[in-house]
Design a protein around this ligand. Structure first.
Ligand SMILES: Nc1nc2c(ncn2[C@@H]2O[C@H](COP(=O)(O)OP(=O)(O)O)[C@@H](O)[C@H]2O)c(=O)[nH]1
Ligand SMILES: [Mg+2]
Length: 644
């Protein structure tokens, strides 16, 4: 009954990724062997390998405090420690957002903590993750679950600071402190990274535990970046409290936008603590009916489909697993969440990443197949030609040499024509690159910053933000426009090449910055939502505005940077297949000429040339087989049996 499906599934997924990586490496080798390698292609393939390597599956838990997020994490993922691993406590926990994962680069398990004071500086959490100088790193003793649980308590540590200091940090909430108090309790840490060698984490699972409405509101990065990048989001409610006002606030401001009209299977609403409805004076059916009716009501309140609601008891689930009580475990409903993760979330993720591999590398493999196939054909022709020569006389061979020469010259003229269109394209590309230059962005940021000086009001902020985004969108639209012109040039080149040179109909990779445009639009939308949320008025203004600006700008910069990198790479590879074909044609012609010349010199060479060509044919056969094998693995459908 108690199966390990999630870990098995994750394991299969990783194996598939390893297979793909192996094939990508084999492909790189083929390109080298066939002398078809180019720096651009190598960058693309290595990039894809790095992407597969860094690929993680992130499950985020979001809710108001005390709904049982941490207990759920303990029950779903860490019950094999036979105890409550992460600190879950009654009342308001002051824990900071915590990421649990496994760091393959580090030999030791660790807890890395970012001091709360770093909220005052201009760096986002992501930026801090690039440089660990501000973090406090503690070794995590994994020799016993008890020792681990003890160390994890560090994450929920608090300290007392003066009211002024708390206000400065954006952590003063007058509803929680009586007015007389001169000191306030605040969390010690802003963010925690915990790495330890648990099997699920080693397979690439990342768990994001968040503390509640307060932290969600004051750390915009969570809503702007970490949640949108999670592969599954669990919104947790308590069956004992029902949907409260603050639950609704978390939902409206931070989660509902991921719901896509209740249509997102990666957003799960967990109705936790159903054990509080297990009334021993009622029979099982009545209890089930009560739970069901609460699920229906919750679905209605949140405007999601009832299938999205998972009624569970984290506490009893953990207990059932720790005490090996299958009945209790079954009753807790915990397994339904695990099943959802392994049956829906994981396969969807795999599909997305496979589509990406296909679109990035699939076309490349296809065009290599074309080239190798053409080589194969040409070797066959040469073999035929030489075999045909047999006893023919010298005059005949000289004639063949002459015609091949003439062909080569005619070909060169057409290549020159092609160079003209390539130059046209290059100047268009230069224009695009000038637009997506980071210097341009930094100018826009400076302007927005200046605009913001002195306007620390919500209205002023809105104006500056709009100004910032208008500028950004304008640049990106212009890039889009130029990109379309460049695409026309590319299409024409390919068409001409296909028609005039009679070469295979290669699908060109076209320029597109749609993804980045969309990301920018989403960023704008999210910052609008954030700006109008009540957290903006709740917390000390200048602090939030600053945090907000830092986080929005750092993400906009990130989007821009990626668009820039992508354009550069595209500009280098747009006409690469044509260049390869040209080189290839020239190679074939040179080869034929040298064959004929050598044959003209002596009869003996004919024999050796024939066997040389036969060898070449053999190795081309091998390359074709390998390429087909690579194609098969990359595009392989997933094991249906396992996902049934
Ligand atoms: N009755 C009951 N209590 C639970 C359940 N899950 C968590 N709790 C309790 O709720 C409190 C808050 O849990 P915690 O995991 O720290 O919540 P978090 O703040 O959302 O992470 C703790 O006292 C838990 O023991 C449950 O399924 N049933
Ligand atoms: Mg917690």
């Amino acid at each position: 009954m108690e199966t390990n499906t999630l870990s098995e599934r994750l394991h299969c997924y990783n194996q598939w990724k390893d297979d793909v990586v192996d094939k990508l490496k084999a492909y790189e080798q083929i390109l080298k062997d066939a002398e078809l390698d180019s720096v651009e292609q190598e960058i693309r393939i290595d990039d894809m390998i790095a992407k597969l390597h860094d690929d993680r599956i992130v499950v985020a838990f979001v809710a108001e405090f005390s709904r049982g997020k941490t207990e759920l994490i303990n029950a779903i993922f860490f019950a094999d420690y036979k105890r409550r691993l992460l600190p879950s406590e009654a009342g308001r926990t002051t824990m900071c957002p915590t990421e649990l994962f496994y760091d393959h680069e580090s030999a030791d398990a660790y807890i890395r903590l970012l001091p709360i004071e770093t909220r005052l500086d201009d760096s986002s959490i992501n930026e801090h993750k690039q440089d660990f100088s501000y973090w406090t790193t503690l070794q995590l003793d994994t020799s016993s679950p008890e020792k681990m649980a003890e160390s994890f308590k560090e994450v929920i540590k608090v300290k007392k600071v003066g009211v002024k200091e708390a206000i400065k940090l954006g952590l003063y909430d007058e509803t929680l402190v009586d007015n007389e108090a001169s000191e306030v309790e605040i969390p010690m840490w802003r963010h925690a990274l915990i790495s330890f060698p648990h099997p699920l984490l080693k397979e690439g699972l990342v768990i994001l535990d968040t503390p509640g409405l307060n932290a969600l509101g004051t750390e915009p990065e969570l809503t702007m970046d970490m949640l949108p990048n999670a592969h599954a989001i669990m919104f947790v409610l308590g069956a004992d409290t029902g949907v409260t006002r603050s639950d609704m606030e978390v939902w409206d401001q931070h989660v509902s936008s991921f719901s896509r009209g209740g249509n997102n299977s990666n957003l799960m609403v967990v109705l936790n603590k159903i054990d509080t409805l297990w009334d021993e004076l009622l029979d099982d059916e009545q209890v089930a009916a009560n739970i069901d009716s609460q699920c229906q009501n919750t679905a209605k309140t949140l405007n999601v489909s009832p299938d999205t609601i998972f009624p569970v008891s984290a506490h009893k689930g953990l207990l059932g697993r720790v005490k090996n009580n299958p009945e209790l475990l079954e009753k807790s409903g915990i397994a339904s969440i695990e099943n959802m993760l392994s049956d829906t979330v994981l396969p969807e993720k795999q599909t997305i990443i496979r589509d990406r591999v296909i679109s990035e590398v699939g076309t490349m493999v296809e065009s290599t197949l074309n080239v190798i196939q053409a080589r194969h054909n040409s070797v066959r022709e040469q073999l035929g030609e030489l075999q045909g020569i047999g006893n023919k006389n010298e005059a005949m061979i000289s004639h063949l040499i002459k015609t091949t020469h003439a062909e080569a010259i005619a070909y060169k003229v057409r290549v020159d024509n092609y160079h003209t269109s390539r130059n046209l394209l290059n100047s268009k590309i230069k224009e695009i690159l000038e637009y997506v230059d980071l210097k341009v962005l930094d100018r826009v940021i400076d302007e927005a910053r200046n605009e913001m000086q002195g306007t620390w009001t919500t209205g002023g902020l809105r104006k500056s933000m709009m100004f910032f985004f208008e500028n950004m969108m304008q640049i990106m639209s212009q890039v889009n426009y130029l990109g379309e012109q460049a695409n026309d040039l590319v299409k024409t080149s390919y068409k001409r090449f296909h028609e005039e040179f009679g070469l295979p109909n290669i699908r060109p990779t076209l320029f597109s910055n749609q993804v980045y445009l969309q990301r920018m639009e989403r960023l704008l939308k999210r910052s609008e939502e954030y700006r109008t949320s009540s957290t903006m008025t709740m917390t000390e203004q200048s602090f939030v505005i600053k945090r907000f600006f830092v986080s929005v700008v750092s993400h906009a910069r990130d989007v821009f940077y990626k668009a820039n990198e992508e354009s550069k790479l595209w500009s280098k590879s747009a006409l690469a297949p044509i260049a390869t074909e040209i080189k290839e044609r020239k190679r074939v012609m040179d080869k034929r000429l040298s064959n004929l010349n050598r044959v003209k010199d002596s009869k003996e060479t004919l024999e050796s040339k024939l066997s040389e060509l036969a060898d070449e044919q053999g190795s081309l056969d091998k390359q074709l087989n390998e390429l087909n094998e690579i194609n098969k693995i990359i595009c392989a459908p997933f094991d249906k049996e396992k996902s049934a």
